[in-house]
Design a protein around this ligand. Sequence first.
Ligand code: 5GP
Length: 120
Amino acid sequence: MAYDSNNIFAKILRGEIPCNKVYEDEFALAFRDINPQAAVHTLVIPKGAYVSFDDFSTKATDAEIGGFARAVQATAALEGVTDSGYRLLANHGKDANQEVPHFHVHIAGGEALPEMIAKT
Ligand code: 5GP
């Protein structure tokens, strides 16, 4: 699947659409999910143009992958969920109901979570 530079997260990265920013560095941007499914529900996206985890892990450089992982950790720390615990989730493709075709990791926490996050 080719990257669509008009997807909503690409627009957020370009500053065309606002977001509630939590963290940013050269590799990643983190912001609150517009429709939170948990007390803490924050999205972390790489700055590069990758459709999904599969695309990112195939094509991104080691520096981008490492930087992204560190940004996820930093975001969780800023959200105050490191000690209480959190869940990471990344939807790839149709069967996972991926909605936005720019790779993103969901950080969910801030309360006891159900067994899995179900999308309704
Ligand atoms: P996916 O199903 O692709 O893994 O999840 C996409 C997530 O992006 C959803 O949880 C949805 O609420 C969130 N989302 C969609 N559009 C926007 C937006 O414009 N701003 C923010 N902050 N989150 C969005």
